[in-house]
Design a binder for this molecule. Structure first.
Ligand SMILES: [Zn+2]
Length: 107
């Protein structure tokens, strides 16, 4: 097993690299970490993420390493970026006076 961090060759039974101490990714864990997300799972997560409070908590949990699946972590990260960009755009619209609180109240 080649260490991904330092490239040292380790025994297949090792859990940690003998050179640098990094955890050795075995095939099984590795495939679980990079397992693709299915279409329906994407849809399920989209619905989960738009629920107020619950969605944000789920997003933060998943994006900050609550799942070992890289795809899901990246997807949650992408959602956080999306929310951040949305907040920036709304803030700019309010600060430049394009939109005011009255526009929202008297829609
Ligand atoms: Zn190493």
């Amino acid at each position: 097993m080649i260490c991904r961090k330092c490239g040292a060759d380790n025994k297949d039974t090792n859990s940690f690299c003998v050179e640098c101490g990094a955890p050795i990714m075995h095939e099984k864990e590795n495939s679980r970490a990079s397992k693709p997300i299915g279409v329906l799972a994407y849809l399920g997560y989209e619905i989960l993420f738009i629920i107020p409070v619950v969605g944000l908590v789920s997003l933060l949990y998943l994006a900050l390493g609550g799942t070992e699946n890289k795809n899901l972590r990246n997807f949650a990260g992408f959602w956080l970026c999306k929310i951040f960009i949305f907040i920036v755009i709304v803030a700019v619209l309010f600060l430049t006076g394009v939109v005011s609180i009255n526009d929202l109240l008297y829609l």
